[in-house]
Design a binder for this molecule. Structure first.
Ligand code: SAM
Length: 284
């Protein structure tokens, strides 16, 4: 079955009474070049396992199944289960799990399905949960080779920005702390059914073996990062002071202690400066 042929896909979906849910981010790929390219670039090989998030009608799943030893596809929408049973009928190495990825113990899932194999994550993510999913995958320090995902173009640019660049935000700092982030290729809105209002990009996050800076208390560091970026395009002092419930004078003194002016903006701070600022704020 050609899952990039709109007529075929619509016929299968209609047979199962399926209608697209906007709130679940259901935009399915119908450009035949996109999924093979994603599956190739994620680098999965015949001895590896893949976790896919949100298989939809299975268009990416079949490409992953051709290349991997096994695929576990986590789909929240139970209405898609009979659809996937039909579209993935020929794929003996795919298991569909009906669950919310954010409530799934992925470490246990990897152990259960792929113990000992290299594992990859590859997905066209539902955009309403892009950041939570990526943060969940990175912060749980899953034993994965890489995370190759399609996300909204603007999210891709923020996720792959360098810390200290104009596009950077709290999520940029977090991604750079855990992984090497790369943009792979662009995907226009016309590549989907139904077409979303935004363009997309495929990115690859490769977890780092060691973090780029030594941080004594990660929880405290990320609280400082979130507060510093909470009022974008304004000086960091206000966000830090209100976000951390600290007097402005204390924040200004901490900035001065590491050689930064009171009017510094969060998006210009490097990872090392954010780390030093955390120590200065809490007198570590
Ligand atoms: N993989 C298909 C493709 O590329 O055409 C569909 C991708 S579509 C952008 C996102 C998919 O994620 C949908 O099938 C949707 O039902 C599913 N989804 C949404 N929220 C989810 C969640 N919390 N956990 C797992 N799957 C979810």
């Amino acid at each position: 079955m050609d899952l990039t042929d709109i007529t075929t896909v619509k016929r299968v979906l209609a047979r199962h009474g399926f209608t697209f849910s906007k709130s679940l981010g259901q935009n399915f790929i119908t450009d035949p070049t996109v999924c093979p390219r994603m599956a190739d670039l994620c680098g999965v090989s015949a001895d590896a396992g893949v976790i896919e998030i949100g298989p939809g009608c299975g268009v990416l799943t079949v490409e992953l199944a051709k290349r991997a030893a096994g695929v576990v596809a986590i789909e929240l929408d139970a209405r898609l289960l009979p659809v996937l049973a039909e579209t993935l009928d020929g794929c003996r190495n795919v298991e569909v799990v009906n669950a919310d990825v954010l409530k799934t113990d992925l470490r246990a899932l990897i152990e259960e399905h792929f113990g000992g194999r290299p594992v990859y994550v590859c997905a066209n993510l539902p955009y309403y949960i892009t950041s939570p999913v990526i943060m969940y995958l990175l912060q749980s320090r899953l034993p994965v080779e890489n995370i190759t995902v399609m996300v909204q173009k603007e999210a891709a640019e923020r996720l792959c920005a360098k810390v200290g660049e104009r596009e950077s935000g709290a999520v940029t700092v977090a991604v750079n702390y855990y992984a090497k982030a790369e943009e792979l290729f662009s995907v226009g809105r016309e590549s989907f059914t139904p077409a979303p209002k935004v363009d997309s990009k495929v990115i690859r996050l490769t977890p780092l073996k060691e973090p780029p800076v030594d941080i004594a208390d990660e929880k405290r560091f990320f609280a400082v990062v979130r507060a510093a970026f909470s009022q974008r395009r304004k000086t960091a002092v206000n966000g830090l002071s209100s976000g951390l419930s600290l007097p402005k004078e204390q924040v200004t003194a901490a900035l001065a202690a590491i050689g930064l002016p009171a009017n510094v903006r969060a998006e210009t701070l490097t990872m090392e400066q954010l780390s030093a600022l955390t120590d200065a704020l809490y007198n570590v």
